[in-house]
Design a binder for this molecule. Structure first.
Ligand code: PRP
Length: 530
């Protein structure tokens, strides 16, 4: 008799239903329909790459640590104690393969397809498994110099995307311009530039935030305004635009366009489509990387994000309709509505329980969103723009652009407690207990101050945690100070100053540039004191 039919079998010998194993966080199974769509896209892309001279190679999923550009590999230790990782990108593996196995005098034009894995912020529901198709051109230098190969890669990428019915906006930037203005920029500076956060940039890079728009005009403006140290890099971009010929129509140059990793050395680029926040294809020149594994060779390549292409039909594409605004439900709402004037929803609409509201003059539509959720709506392209407190944005994270800091909504994130809170005395006996709605920022700030603390996450009314004795202290927002006063508490230390920030979906910034600019101007103008 089979064990399943045996009433006497020990129940614990079978996993109860809730123990059924689903894929690990951030990874996915592909059911037949999705698997078929994925293989169709992959096959079409690889076919076009093959026609353009890129022969397919297969590299290992598991590599020694340190092969890749990204530092967010999923790492593991093998039985010998060697540190390995699942590839977070293909480029490092392909560079290693070419440096070690390819004849030195022969250009390698290769393509690849497969899965990459990256460590991600799990609470944002990001995938750590993604499917890519890509191609690299290594060791080739045409008579016209780098531009010839860069143009070949860009044309090939565009044709591959066309073959699967995707008409994307090409944006060109230059890692060499950034390097000329700010040599060896630190990762946080690159991240600030990538997010268009002017408040966190050195003055030398701020000018780059305004240099975006149609390719030829933007390059002319850049050459006229940026220092001579950038001119060789700008000439490199001009040569690429010239090399694209008629295909340069509609190309955007954006000198704040950077890839997050430092190993790009020249032109960088991305292709964006409506309704998908991440670029569907991105890449650039990375001379100097192949040399890490053997003889140095010039290199340029592009990666197509197949998952981003699969997501495309499922998300409402940004059409010619109103710009979609994620409007905070919290305290910032009043200031945002005042700044938007006639574009804001009517008072009647706002007093209803509806969560999707038309704007007053038809240029905007509004999604009423809880503040901590704003970045998720904008990141995923359901809203084009939003306004969110910097405190919430830094606590929750979000892959969004942050092009405008607003002067309203200013408040301080403080360590607060009773007036006689004696942190040193508590720490001499035990760990400090701190309650907060901002566990991530609190852990960072207290660690930076060398204060060991047990952080207790809360949803609200945090002052009660100290008043009732649940915690020794709280980390919370102080705006007027009334809540602290009325509960007999004081602020002991200021950890973070927050303002309101306009966030923009990456694709909308490219594909709805005029409407996004108008929204930013309206808020910037309204927020500027007369
Ligand atoms: C915030 C914050 C403080 C209070 C500070 O709470 O968490 O409690 O405002 O403002 P004040 O300095 O002007 O008094 P919120 O009103 O958002 O409610 P919650 O604590 O329930 O989240």
């Amino acid at each position: 008799m089979g064990a399943l039919a045996d009433d006497t079998a020990d129940d614990t010998s079978y996993p109860p239903p809730m123990m059924r194993l689903f894929p690990a966080d951030g990874t996915v199974d592909r059911l037949p329909d999705e698997a078929r769509a994925l293989r169709l896209i992959e096959g079409t892309l690889v076919g076009v790459l093959h026609e353009h001279g890129y022969a397919e190679v297969v590299v290992p999923l598991l590599e020694r640590d340190g092969v890749w550009a990204a530092d967010d590999a999923v790492r593991l230790v093998d039985r010998s104690g060697a540190l390995l990782g699942l590839r977070p990108d293909f480029t490092g593996s392909v560079a290693r393969l070419v440096a070690t196995r390819w004849p030195a005098d022969e250009a390698a034009c290769v393509s690849y397809r497969g899965t990459v894995f990256r460590e991600v912020d799990n609470h944002r529901g990001e995938r750590r498994q993604r499917q890519q198709v890509g191609f690299e051109r290594i060791g080739s230098r045409g008579a016209a110099g780098d531009a010839h190969d860069d143009v070949h890669v860009l044309r090939t990428a565009r044709r591959a995307l066309h073959a699967i019915g995707v008409d994307a906006t090409l944006t060109l930037g230059s890692a060499a311009v950034v390097e000329a203005l700010c040599p060896q920029a630190a990762p946080d500076v690159r991240a600030a530039l990538d997010a268009r956060d002017g408040t966190a940039l050195p003055p030398s890079l701020c000018a780059l935030l305004t240099l975006h728009g149609p390719a030829k005009a933007t390059l002319a403006r850049a050459t006229a305004t940026l220092p001579p140290s950038t001119h060789a890099a700008l000439a490199g971009l001009q040569a690429i635009v010239a090399g694209l010929g008629d295909e340069a129509h509609g190309v955007v140059v954006d000198l704040a366009e950077v890839r997050p990793w430092s190993w790009y050395s020249g032109a960088v680029f991305s292709f964006t489509v409506d309704g998908v926040a991440r670029a569907v294809c991105a890449g650039g020149r990375y001379d100097g990387v192949v040399g890490r594994f053997g003889a140095d060779r010039p290199a340029v390549g592009a990666t197509i994000d197949v998952d981003a292409l699969l997501e495309r039909p499922t998300i409402g594409a940004a059409g010619p309709g109103p710009l979609r605004v994620a409007l905070p439900k919290g305290r910032l709402q009043r200031d945002v509505l005042r700044a938007l004037g006639a574009q804001a929803p009517s008072p009647e609409a706002l007093s209803s329980r509806a969560l999707v509201l038309p704007g007053g003059d038809g240029t905007l539509s509004f999604l009423l969103v809880k503040d901590p959720d704003i970045a998720a709506y904008v990141e995923r392209g359901v809203a084009d723009v939003g306004v969110v407190g910097l405190d919430v944005l830094r606590e929750r994270g979000g892959d969004v652009l942050e092009p405008l800091d607003l002067p309203f909504g200013r408040c301080r994130l403080c360590l607060c407690g009773r007036p006689d809170l004696a942190v040193a005395s508590i720490l001499s006996r035990r760990t400090l207990r701190v309650a907060t709605k901002y566990p991530k920022l609190t852990r960072q700030a207290l660690a930076a101050r060398g204060l060991p603390a047990e952080v207790i996450p809360m949803q609200g009314s945090v002052e009660l945690a100290v008043v009732s004795g649940l915690a020794d202290a709280i980390v919370d927002l102080v705006e007027t100070g009334a809540t602290l006063r009325e509960n007999g508490l004081v602020a002991h230390d200021e950890l973070f100053v927050s303002t309101a920030r306009v966030v923009v979906n990456r694709a909308a910034f490219r594909r709805r540039a005029a409407a996004v600019d108008a929204f930013l101007s309206a808020l910037a103008t309204a927020a500027t004191p007369a």
